[in-house]
Design a binder for this molecule. Structure first.
Ligand SMILES: Nc1ncnc2c1ncn2[C@@H]1O[C@H](COP(=O)(O)OP(=O)(O)OP(=O)(O)O)[C@@H](O)[C@H]1O
Ligand SMILES: [Mg+2]
Length: 297
């Protein structure tokens, strides 16, 4: 039986008296994407940087590929790191950055191939200071891959990226996962976690408040599906007449549904009463709704 590449048990980190990470535990299995989600200041970066060996912990146990990151230099040969707010030498170009990292890790790579992976070939010879925020981020991701890492720590890899670049990075992460790499991903884009993560831990004020697959979390916390209907002034009367419970928000009447068939029944009743409606939609709670719900509780 092989041990999980990342194991965290009762991890504790204080800054002075302030407890930033409060005895959290989790595991990342081989080939899994594990996503740490939480509001600003939840303790995500602190946790990730302890796993990367960049910060010291105050308690608990941490194992990355069987090593303790606090006392191991070996670890840097096996892990890839994309720090939050990645930055590099201002007058170096992406091509030079890759060549530099190749020397550091004793790797022979064609810089252009790696730049193609992150769609940055056309910026190969532009100084770092002149890259856009998203382009800097893409270079950071490229550099994190140079040593062919078994475990990747990606701290908000798509922060500030446009939708196309974000999707592009998602594709890269999906491919890395197919190559059996284990990935710790922090993100504020819940859609990203819902799409990519096998497991998610929702963190708030240093504690993990819930964990599971995105599907499990949604099933565990989700409320009723909601039917949104927009219509003229008679619609409200009709809804009252048929005994529907509803609220009014942003020009829509919103009704909770016991099952999706109920939506058809309600719309049919409105139609039968000869009242036109302009628009309707059914909304099911997603990971973002659940996240907001559990972090507010
Ligand atoms: N070096 C430090 N010294 C003192 N306090 C710190 C230090 N680094 C972080 N903190 C505090 O610890 C808490 C957790 O910070 P951390 O950066 O881990 O949060 P985060 O979840 O990554 O937030 P974000 O989503 O904004 O990146 C915050 O309240 C922060 O102010
Ligand atoms: Mg952070």
């Amino acid at each position: 039986m092989s041990e999980s590449p990342v194991i965290v048990k009762n991890l504790l980190k204080k800054y002075g008296e302030y407890i930033a990470v409060n005895e959290i535990s989790f595991e990342i299995k081989k080939g899994q994407v594990f996503s740490l989600l939480g509001p600003n200041g939840a303790g995500k970066t602190t946790t990730v940087e302890i796993l990367e060996g960049l910060r010291k912990r105050d308690g608990g146990e941490v194992s990355v590929l069987g090593l303790d990151p606090e006392n191991s230099k070996e670890i840097y040969k096996k892990i890839g790191i994309l720090p939050q707010d990645f930055t590099f030498v201002n007058n170096s170009t992406p091509k030079e950055a890759i060549e530099f990292y190749c020397k550091l890790f004793n790797r022979k790579l064609n810089p252009y191939e790696l730049l193609d992976t992150v769609e940055l070939r056309d910026r190969a010879n532009v100084p770092f200071s002149k890259l856009s925020g998203g382009q800097k981020q893409k270079l950071g991701l490229a550099l994190s891959l140079i040593n062919d890492p078994e475990v990747l720590f990606l701290d908000e890899p798509t922060a500030g990226l446009d939708p196309k670049s974000r999707r592009n990075i998602w594709r890269i992460i999906e491919n890395l996962k197919k190559e059996d790499r284990s990935i710790l991903l922090t993100s504020h884009y819940l859609e990203e976690a819902e799409l990519l993560a096998d497991n998610v831990a929702i963190m708030n004020k240093g504690k993990i408040i819930d964990t599971g697959s995105p599907k499990e979390l949604i099933l565990r916390h989700r409320g009723k599906d909601l039917l949104y209907i927009k219509g003229g002034k008679y619609l409200e009367d009709v809804l009252e007449k048929i005994g529907a419970q509803f609220k009014n928000e942003d020009g829509y009447f919103i009704l909770g549904l016991n099952d999706s068939k109920e939506a058809i029944e309600i719309l049919n009743k409105i139609d039968e009463m000869g009242v036109p409606f302009d628009d309707f939609m059914i909304r099911r709670e997603n990971l973002e709704d659940i996240f907001l719900k559990v972090t507010e509780e």
